[in-house]
Every structure is written in structure tokens, then in C-alpha cells.
Design a protein around this ligand. Structure first.
Ligand code: NDP
Length: 256
């Protein structure tokens, strides 16, 4: 335990030095107050970046700057960015992670159910990416990572709205990669498979078993495994990767 405390203390000291010498980046993770987003935010914070997360009233865990923001409101997105810019400087790394599901079969899905999911997952990601791109263009530096889903590539019964929103992110990312690539801004997609969070805990046990039976890795993924792919895509080592879709799904979506 004491040895662990020693490691934690030295990490904190290294991070403090990164902040003082201005090498820590300003990172914003939407929906970073819990689930996959929180693991991503914590991974960036652990490597010494200045990390802000959006939340819709829950506040942010210790060590992260919480900014209140519903991504379905352009005005709230703008205000949240202004707050992050004042505290940490312009956003250099954006992770568009906030997302919802509202599952039902095509015949039963209302137009409101379809557009609500699209508005949060796809248009919400557009709103934050567009707002972040201003500062990134000025800085001639940026890393944008969209959190999609294996379902965006394979489709999924009962998820016409969700799958459409997640597939749309691929088009968004690849278009941004083409528009902003020459300005040292990359845009990539991470497509998680079945990851244990509140979102998947909400599925009926029967459905969870069905999905698991199709995962070559034979287990659910962890939020930390998604965070590892995201921090890599935002690192210097990934500077030449843009417009890519990286599956982190235990093989569930292989071939797509
Ligand atoms: P959770 O349901 O655990 O968390 C969702 C997060 O999104 C919360 O922080 C929530 O905020 C936020 N959010 C939802 N709607 C909005 C909105 N309108 N404005 C701002 N924030 C919003 O989900 P996960 O952590 O499991 O999922 C994170 C992302 O990963 C999602 O985009 C999801 O589609 C994707 N994904 C998840 C998979 C999984 O297996 N779990 C698989 C593939 C993709 P609040 O706390 O305020 O509700």
C-alpha cells in the first residue's frame, strides 16, 4: 500500500510539472461524468492532461473540471467551451462520447424516438466538434475522437435510431479528417463492442447472454480498454492516423 502511495505521489509530481511547463493539453470529454467517458477522462488525467468533462447536473468526480452541458443545446455547448477555455485554454483534444439509446423495433419506433437519439448522438457530436474546431484551427493542432459503436457498422435489431446515429459519426469523422487534415487536426472513431456500463446493465439478461455468445473474446469489455484506444489516438504516436475506425469489441464486429 505504501509502495502504491509512492507511485501515486510521483505521478502527481510529474503531472504538476507538466501543468507548470505548459505541456499538458486541454482535453474535453462529453458525458465524462460516468461510464466510458469517465474512464477516458481519468486516463487523460493520469497522463497529466488538463481534463474537463460535461455533465447534466451530477457534477464531476474529483480531479476533473465539470462543465454543465446538454449536447442537444448549441447554446449550452458554447457556454461549456467558454468555461473550459477560461480554465484550461482552448480544447486541443475532444472526445465526443455522450450518447443515449431508446430501443424498439422499426414498426413501433416513433419519429420522435428516432430524431431524439440522432439529436443527442450525431448532431450533439457535430455541435461539439464544430465548436472545438475553431480553437484547433487557430492552434494548428487538434485531436478529435468520436465514440461510435460496433452497432453502427453491423446494424442491430431494435436500434434503427442508435445504429444510424453511430454510423453517421463515421461520415462526420472522415469528412473532418479531409477538411482539417492539413492543419494537424485528426478525426477518428472508436467503435466499442459490449462494454459493462449503466447502458448495457439496462439490457435484459437474455439479450446480454445472446450478445456475449457472439463475442470471440468470450467476455464483455472494460471501460479502461476503450480509454486505452482513445488516449492512443490522441497521442503523438498516432499523429498519422486520421479518418480511421478502430473497433474495440473483442472481435464482435470483425469484417466490417
Ligand atoms: P452511459 O449511459 O453509462 O453514459 C452516457 C453518458 O452520456 C452520460 O455521461 C450521460 O450524461 C451522457 N449524455 C447522454 N445524453 C447527453 C446529452 N444530451 N448531453 C450531454 N451528455 C449526455 O453510457 P456508456 O458510458 O456506456 O456510453 C458512452 C458512449 O459509448 C455512448 O456514446 C455509447 O453510445 C457508446 N457505446 C457504449 C457501449 C457499451 O457497451 N456501453 C458500446 C458501444 C458504444 P448524464 O450522466 O447526465 O446522463
Amino acid at each position: 500500500m505504501r509502495a502504491y502511495q509512492g507511485v501515486a505521489d510521483s505521478l502527481a509530481a510529474i503531472n504538476q510539472r507538466r501543468w507548470e511547463h505548459g505541456v499538458a493539453r486541454s482535453v474535453l470529454v462529453t458525458g465524462g461524468n460516468r461510464g466510458i467517458g469517465l474512464a477516458i477522462a481519468q486516463a487523460f488525467a493520469a497522463q497529466g492532461d488538463k481534463v474537463a468533462v460535461t455533465h447534466r447536473g451530477s457534477g464531476a468526480p474529483d480531479g476533473l473540471l465539470g462543465v454543465k452541458c446538454d449536447v442537444t443545446s448549441a447554446a449550452e455547448v458554447d457556454a461549456a467551451f467558454a468555461e473550459v477555455e477560461a480554465a484550461h485554454g482552448p480544447v486541443e483534444v475532444l472526445v465526443a462520447n455522450a450518447g443515449i439509446t431508446d430501443d424498439t423495433l422499426l414498426l413501433r419506433m416513433t419519429e420522435e424516438q428516432f430524431t431524439r437519439v440522432l439529436d443527442a448522438n450525431l448532431t450533439g457530436s457535430f455541435r461539439v466538434a464544430q465548436r472545438a474546431s475553431r480553437g484547433m484551427l487557430r492552434k494548428r493542432y487538434g485531436r478529435i475522437v468520436f465514440i461510435s459503436s460496433v452497432v453502427g457498422l453491423t446494424g442491430s435489431a431494435g436500434q434503427v435510431n442508435y445504429a444510424a446515429s453511430k454510423a453517421g459519426l463515421v461520415g462526420v469523422a472522415r469528412s473532418i479528417a479531409r477538411e482539417l487534415g492539413s492543419r494537424n487536426i485528426t478525426a477518428n472513431v472508436v467503435a466499442p463492442g459490449f462494454i459493462t456500463t449503466d447502458m448495457t446493465d439496462a439490457l435484459p439478461e437474455e439479450r446480454r447472454k445472446e450478445i456475449l455468445a457472439q463475442v470471440p473474446a468470450g467476455r464483455y469489455g472494460t471501460t479502461e480498454e476503450i480509454a486505452a484506444a482513445v488516449t492512443f489516438l490522441a497521442s503523438d504516436a498516432a499523429a498519422y492516423i486520421t479518418g480511421a475506425v478502430i473497433p474495440v469489441d473483442g472481435g464482435l464486429g470483425m469484417g466490417h
